[in-house]
Structure formats: C-alpha cells, structure tokens
Design a binder for this molecule. Structure first.
Ligand code: PMP
Length: 403
C-alpha cells in the first residue's frame, strides 16, 4: 500500500545518522564488549527520590487522563524557572508540557510552518532536526556554522539563506548549549540572530535542553533579548537536567496565543503526558538548581579529564566544550573523515563514537564523544582513541607499516 511522502521521505537521502550507533548495539547484542560513547544518556538511572515521587503519584491515583497542556502546578513551576532565567514575565499560559523535547520540537514547527515553508536550522545539528521539519511538511534548510568560527552561527550566511528562501522562510531553529559541538552561543551571536528574526519576521525555536550543563561562561536564552519573547518558542526537557530520558517529559515556553493553539495540537496528537510523570517532574523541579547541578557534575568532571588528555597530544583537536555532555574532536590530522575514523575505531578498538557527519556536513571532519561512562572507563577509552588517532596520523605521514 502507498504510504505518504511525508513519512517515507522523513529521513531524507542521508539517512537518520544513527547507523554507527545501531551497528555498535548489534555488536553488543552479539556478545562483543564495546565502550559506548554514542548517545546522550546518563550512566545513572533517574534519581531514587524522583522515582519515589513517581511511585507515590501513581499509587495515589494519578493514573488517569491528565490535563492536556500539563497540570497547573507543573506549568507554574516551569514558568517560574523560565522567568528566573530570562527576567521575562512567564505564567502557566505560556507553558505547554510535552512528551519530551523531541515532541516539543515537532509541535513547535507544526505551530509555525505551513506546508512548503522553509525552516532554517544551524549545521552541525542534533540528528533529528531535518526529519522533524519534514514531518510537518516544511522544507529543512541547513545553514553551516564553520569550525573556523568555533561553530558559532554566522549572521552573514544566515542572512544569505534567508534572502534565498524569500517569503517562504518561517522559522529558525537554534540549539545552545549545542549538541554536538558543546559550544555555547555568545550574546553577540544571539543578538545578531534576534535582529535577523525581526528583519525577516521569523519565529525563533530555541532548543535549550542542555541549559543545566554549562561549564564555561553562561547560557543566555534568546527569549530574554529585547523584542524576542513574542516570536520565540523555547524547547525544554527533563531528559538531560534530571536524568529522565525515559520518562519523556519536556515543554514549550512561548507566547500565550501560540501555546493555546499548541494545546489544541496536543489534544489531537499526544493527549498530554501521564499524570504520574508530571508529578515526578514537579517534585524534581521543586528540588531546585542543586539537584540539576548534582546530575550535571559527572559530565563537568569528565570534560576536565578529556580536555587534559587532549591537551597532552597534538593529533586530535578538541573543541573547548563550554557545555553539554559531549566532547567534539577534529580528527582530520588522521587523514580520515569523522565517519571513517568512527567506523575504524569501532572495528579495531571496539569504541563507539558518533561520526560528525551524523550531525551535518559542517562536522564531517569531527567525531562526537559522549561523556557517558564512568571516569576510569572513559579515561581508558579516550586514551585508546588518542593512540588510535596518533597511529593513523603516523601511517598517513609514512604509509602503513609493512606486514
Ligand atoms: N534537542 C537536543 C539538542 C537533544 O540532544 C535531544 C536529545 N538528545 C533532544 C532535543 C530531545 O530530547 P528529549 O526528547 O529526550 O527531551
């Protein structure tokens, strides 16, 4: 039977970028020991206190349909968190609770793009972005941020892409702190983006799911910039901040009118998020910044470990990693693309990292290392990765060793 082009064309000709990850999982299933530094998932389970709150809520009766936009208490708490971080007045009418940040990304694009509209995003990007945009019938337009610019988006390149898209340009999706690069966008970058949004009458969709993982400098939500609250939809999530990836809970913060329509969309798609999950999220957020810092701490520590190790050699260049649970490595000195490097590292050393190309063309000379295994294992795997890179770089210079 015929399926819709929207579904069959969802991942595009490049695939969805998860090929190496799936191969690593297949090797593990077949009994091979592989160090997995691929997806952004904590090596701890959701903290016991949050699970206890979930259990209390479920046993206490929160097992029926929950309010579709989210409970008032949870929306108030998310609103207060957003207001405290932006200085922008935010109430429950500005908040929709969603089944994770991914559903929020989909809903946000559905809210602002009509079929055929151009939806811009920055390359390197989180692997689902183009498919999410295609899923709402819009056209994904990637705009490269260059490694030479430290992967800060380039206003001139964005301006040119907007001119080319003309009146069809509807939205720009950005992500800071950034997956995969670990870069945090500067105030200058965000102000330039805000000016472009005003000039081209764009919606800004701001993916801030890593806002609790900031190691250097500070995170600025573009919703806080002058004139932006009325045209910004902020995507948030409990996945990274509270190790709740499997609970599927996140949110959109935005203008009241947009949230009202998004609530209608939720009624016709997800019908909300389970009440006991919402109660657990409420409990977690009520613990405040201390719990978020505790959950982020292992990544801060591991970032220091790999930065120090990377600084002690000169084959692989590591980006500064200002935030997130990732380290981004330029492996071009090996003479290999990021994809070939990741393949060979998996084959030879049984270490799985993500090829930069999974996140777009701009990162094709890179691999992304998730700092998601305990410190000793990470130290050992990272040492082996660096050794492997050094060996490949030597072979490139002298030709492979005989025999
Ligand atoms: N945005 C970014 C940048 C991500 O890295 C992820 C998950 N890795 C998401 C959104 C979606 O996260 P979730 O649906 O678990 O909230």
């Amino acid at each position: 039977m015929r399926l819709s082009e929207r579904i069959t064309g969802l991942t595009g000709s490049r695939g969805d970028g998860w090929g190496l990850f799936l191969r690593a999982r297949a090797m593990i299933a077949a009994g091979t020991e592989v160090v997995e530094l691929t997806i952004g998932e904590h090596d701890i389970a959701t903290p016991p206190a949050i699970l206890a709150a979930m259990d209390r809520a479920a046993r206490g009766g929160h097992t029926g349909y929950a309010p579709v936009p989210g409970t008032e208490a949870l929306r108030d708490t998310v609103a207060a968190r957003a207001a405290a971080r932006t200085g922008i007045a935010t109430g429950r009418e500005n908040v929709l609770i969603t089944p994770g940040g991914q559903a929020a990304l989909f809903a946000a694009h559905a809210a602002v793009c009509d079929a055929g509209d151009a939806a811009l995003f920055i390359d390197p990007y989180y692997a689902t972005y183009p498919g999410t945009i295609r899923a709402v019938g819009a056209k994904p337009v990637a705009v490269a941020a260059r490694a030479e610019d430290g992967f800060q988006p380039d206003a001139a390149a964005l301006g040119a892409a907007l001119e080319a898209a003309g009146a069809r340009a509807r939205s720009l999706l950005i992500n800071t702190p950034n997956n995969p690069t670990g870069v945090i966008y500067t105030r200058d970058t965000l102000e330039a983006i805000a000016r472009l949004c005003a000039r081209h009458d764009l919606w800004l969709i701001s993916d801030e799911v890593y806002d609790s993982q900031v190691w250097q400098g500070s995170h600025l939500s573009p919703r806080a910039l002058a004139g932006m609250a009325g045209r910004t939809l902020v995507v948030g999530s409990m996945s990274k901040s509270h190790a709740m990836t499997g609970s599927r809970i996140g949110w959109i913060v935005g203008p009241q009118e947009a949230i009202a329509h998004l609530t209608a969309l939720a009624t016709h798609t997800t019908y909300g998020v389970p009440g006991y999950i919402q109660e657990a999220a409420l409990f977690a957020l009520e613990q405040g910044a201390a719990l978020e810092a505790e959950i982020a701490a292992p990544f801060a520590r591991r970032r220091e470990i790999v930065m120090e190790m990377a600084a002690a050699q000169n084959t692989v260049r590591m980006l500064p990693s200002e935030g997130t649970m990732y380290a981004m490595l330029d492996v071009s000195a090996t003479g290999m693309s990021g994809a070939d490097f990741a393949e060979a590292l998996l084959e030879r050393a049984h270490i799985a990292v993500m090829p930069g190309a999974s996140f777009g063309r701009a990162a094709r000379h890179h691999v992304r290392v998730a700092l998601t295994v305990e410190d000793t294992l990470l130290r050992d795997a990272f040492a082996r990765l660096l050794e492997f890179a050094a060996m490949r770089a030597r072979e490139k210079a002298t030709g492979p060793a005989a025999g």
